[in-house]
Design a protein around this ligand. Structure first.
Ligand code: SAM
Length: 216
């Protein structure tokens, strides 16, 4: 299988074809080798239009969802960004291509270790990865210009909103454990908060002190 051709087709049909216009996001999706972030047996499906299992009952998100969430953050390349839910590490690599400094948190150790290995092998050495409950953010490194949560929360964690810099954006799936809506929170420079809703989606649970209290 020619992965370069598969990736280009994915971007044309699933990303540009569905209305993603941010050049930085498109270039990142063209560049990052998604097939290396999934298990070898799954590599042939890496560019298909769906999430895929990555072990530990978790998933790598659908390519379109990765692109949409990144586009919603309006990144210019200089931002300090936090991702909650490293999973495979793929989204962190996309953020490294579209933002400035990237911080990412994963609660499941084997996933975090695998993601670190793949990211290092691809040269993403400056991505900061921590094994922890990230549902309350990364207090020691706040504030962030952008925060992305790649797991579904019952409500928007207040501590994440508080860790946004003035003008900062938070994108997070919010809803029940079965379906959510993608929400963007902006902490405006004057201190007010803007709440916007995007598409419906279905993510695994954000498990932690500011998310769902149990995996079940
Ligand atoms: N962004 C990932 C990628 O590119 O592969 C996909 C993330 S997957 C849909 C959601 C991830 O969030 C899982 O790996 C899960 O273990 C993690 N997660 C859930 N709750 C978390 C928490 N409180 N803190 C950190 N990670 C969490």
């Amino acid at each position: 299988m020619n992965f370069d051709i598969a990736r280009k087709r994915m971007v044309e049909s699933q990303i540009i074809g569905r209305g993603i216009t941010d050049r930085r996001v498109i270039e990142a999706m063209l560049k990052v080798p998604r097939h290396l972030f999934v298990e070898e047996a799954m590599a042939a499906q890496a560019y298909s239009d769906s999430p895929l299992p990555i072990g530990e009952k978790q998933t790598i998100s659908q390519p379109f969802m990765v692109a949409l969430m990144t586009e919603l953050l309006h990144l210019k390349g200089t931002e300090k960004v936090l991702e909650v839910g490293t999973g495979s590490g793929y989204q962190a690599a996309i953020l490294a291509e579209t933002a400035g400094r990237v911080y990412t948190v994963e609660r499941i150790r084997p996933l975090a270790l695998r993601a670190r290995k793949v990211l290092d092998s691809l040269g993403y050495l400056t991505i900061n990865l921590k094994i922890d409950d990230g549902s309350g953010g990364w207090e020691g490194e706040a504030p962030f210009d952008a925060i992305m949560v790649t797991a579904g929360a019952p409500e928007v964690p207040q501590s994440l909103v508080e860790q946004l810099a003035p003008g900062g954006r938070l994108v997070i799936p919010v809803g029940s454990q079965f379906e959510q809506v993608l929400v963007r929170i902006t902490r405006n420079a004057d201190g007010t908060i803007t709440h916007e809703e995007s598409v419906g989606c279905r993510f695994v649970k954000l498990v932690g002190k500011c998310g769902w209290l149990s995996e079940e």
